[in-house]
Design a protein around this ligand. Structure first.
Ligand code: TTP
Ligand code: MG
Length: 538
């Protein structure tokens, strides 16, 4: 638990001390070394200070213990501040990360209402579906086995049904440790047209994951309450992203899950049930959820970082949908003929290239052969040559200096970038490129949270609370009467981050934000607000 003591009201009452200069050694230590952040205060002392943590000798007076402890803290802070300054991280620390502490504290203390009865009904429904899938799996296998056991599944798929022998030209994945046939999602996808069992197992796993993580997982965070409030972590990721636990809001699927529920009463038709974990979250009476989503933020950042003329050109047209355009170029069809599946595929190809997802993984996602997936990736890089050059440049810089930087100066050191082992080196190269794009997107989103928080805190009449941050999306709860006005403020504030003068950020492409609202997180519809009004003053 990081910031349990503050809520928004308390934050206001604490504002008289806001002028004080507060330091946070944990945040400093994490910024300096995000890959190995110290997990506790003694760790920080041992890692950064000349005065390592020692247990006071028996019989030492309480007062001298306190004085010695405070002096150690002072020395640690001085040391950390010096390191932050000498590594060019001071502005990021003082302008962004310290401000994030109160934003996260306010977000964490807010109660988010949950429709508990609907959640319980969904849990029972999914339980019944799992039972049914288990029986189907047994029927398809011709024997009873534990569907959750990979060993038993391997025996059925490969020893009894011998499905691997029916896979001409397909290279099935093997387990890393024992080099046995894998029962992973990628393997099952390759086998799915040969026999009904792989498909049943894939569906079972999907339903099991939804039930345990998103339905029962949320219920377990509620106990006797009818609300949740996640714990938000500022220093848990290497890219600068924030994360959440109990529940992990960021992992809740965007789209509803369709479940076909078989009816055992003869003559009754099968029933299709839609499960949407996000729909379980509801605003308090008289309030509305409002979501603001940075559109294609990582691709826009890629256009900026690479200066690829074609990508920059696409983004100058505010009406253009970049993934639709990319899909139409590849497929050689008009934009009107691009299906939503084509668009999704184009998106997957782009992000698989940027983040170094291999052709096997992409082939699994797109349902095409690995060769075809590889051809798609090559064709993207050949069309957008400057993207290729940016990836190469980032890797070379990392080889030379040992670290990479985000647009706001966040730093990730990658000691493995010069490792003799090819696999380890490649992983570090992927991490370097991933960090520059994803870390920059995290910077933008945090800056948006801070600016909006300041605007909201400085207005006594605004009834708005930040509920969750989902990487490129901010979810607020707003009093009904203020929805439109706040939507305009949020959108214009987020889009204005194209230029952040004091941090030297000037993006070559505009930022675009889509705003939606709804009476549950699962039923948000886009809000069409008039064009951007002048930037709000801070
Ligand atoms: P999306 O919102 O699906 O992507 P998007 O905003 O670029 O496109 P859209 O216009 O359809 O909303 O995902 C959010 C971020 O997640 C995206 O900016 C990059 C990341 N991402 C990946 O890293 N890999 C992927 O395969 C996908 C789909 C997204
Ligand atoms: Mg998006």
């Amino acid at each position: 638990m990081q910031y349990s003591i503050l809520n928004t009201a308390q934050y206001h009452t604490l504002s008289p001390v806001a002028g004080c200069h507060i330091q946070d050694p944990q945040v400093s230590g994490w910024l300096l070394d995000p890959t190995n952040p110290s997990s506790c205060y003694p760790d920080l002392l041992n890692k950064h200070s000349k005065r390592p943590h020692t247990t006071p000798a028996l019989g030492t007076k309480k007062v001298s213990q306190v004085i010695s402890g405070l002096y150690s803290l002072y020395c640690l802070n001085m040391k950390l501040c010096f390191k932050l300054q000498s590594q060019g991280l001071w502005e990021l620390y003082s302008d962004m990360e310290l401000s994030m502490i109160s934003v996260l504290a306010a977000m964490e203390s807010h109660h988010i209402h949950v429709d508990k009865e609907a959640l319980k009904r969904t849990s029972n429904l999914l339980g019944a579906k799992m039972k049914q899938l288990e029986q189907e799996a047994h029927r398809a296998a011709g024997q009873i086995f534990l569907v959750t056991s990979n060993t038993q599944l391997r025996t059925v798929l490969f020893e009894k049904l011998c499905l691997h022998k029916r896979c001409e030209n397909k290279k099935l994945p093997k387990t890393i440790n024992k080099q046995q046939q894998s029962t992973s999602e990628a393997a099952l996808l390759q086998l799915q047209d040969l026999h009904p069992l792989p498909k049943i197992i894939l569906e079972y796993r999907q339903v099991h994951k939804i039930k345990s993580t998103f339905v029962d997982g949320i219920l377990s965070c509620m106990m006797s309450k009818n609300y949740v409030s996640s714990t938000w972590y500022q220093t848990s990721s290497v890219t600068g992203r924030v994360s959440a636990k109990h529940p992990n809001f960021q992992a809740l699927p965007r789209q509803p899950l369709q479940i076909t529920k078989k009816q055992y009463i003869e003559g009754k038709e099968e029933e299709v049930v839609t499960v949407h974990p996000r729909a379980m979250f509801i605003p308090q009476e008289g309030w509305t959820f409002l979501a603001a989503d940075f559109c294609q933020v990582e691709l826009r950042l890629l256009a900026h970082l690479s200066s690829d003329p074609e990508l920059l050109r696409i983004f100058t047209n505010p009406q253009a949908d970049v993934f639709t355009m990319l899909a139409s170029q590849w497929k050689g069809v008009s934009e009107g003929e691009v299906t939503s599946e084509d668009r999704e595929h184009a998106k997957r190809i782009v992000y698989s290239v940027v983040y170094g997802a291999g052709r096997e993984r992409l082939s699994g996602i797109l349902g095409v052969s690995a060769e075809q997936a590889s051809r798609f990736q090559d064709s993207f890089l050949q069309t957008y040559k400057e993207v290729h050059a940016f990836i190469q440049r980032t890797i070379q810089q990392c080889h030379k200096q040992g670290y990479v930087l985000s647009i706001m100066g966040r730093r990730r050191t990658l000691p493995n970038i010069n490792a003799p082992d090819w696999g380890i080196r490649m992983q570090a190269e992927r991490q370097a490129v991933n960090f520059v794009v994803q870390g920059s997107a995290a910077d933008l989103c945090k800056m948006a949270m801070i600016r909006i928080f300041k605007l909201v805190s400085s207005s006594s009449s605004r009834s708005v609370r930040l509920i969750a941050q989902l990487h490129d999306e901010l979810l607020y709860e707003v009093e009904d009467s203020q929805v439109e006005q706040f939507a305009d403020l949020v959108r214009s504030t987020m889009e204005s981050l194209q230029h952040i003068d004091h941090l030297g950020v000037h993006l070559k492409v505009p930022l675009k934000v889509a705003v939606s609202s709804g009476k549950s997180w699962g039923s948000m519809s886009e809000l069409n607000i008039p064009p951007m009004s002048p930037s709000p003053s801070l």
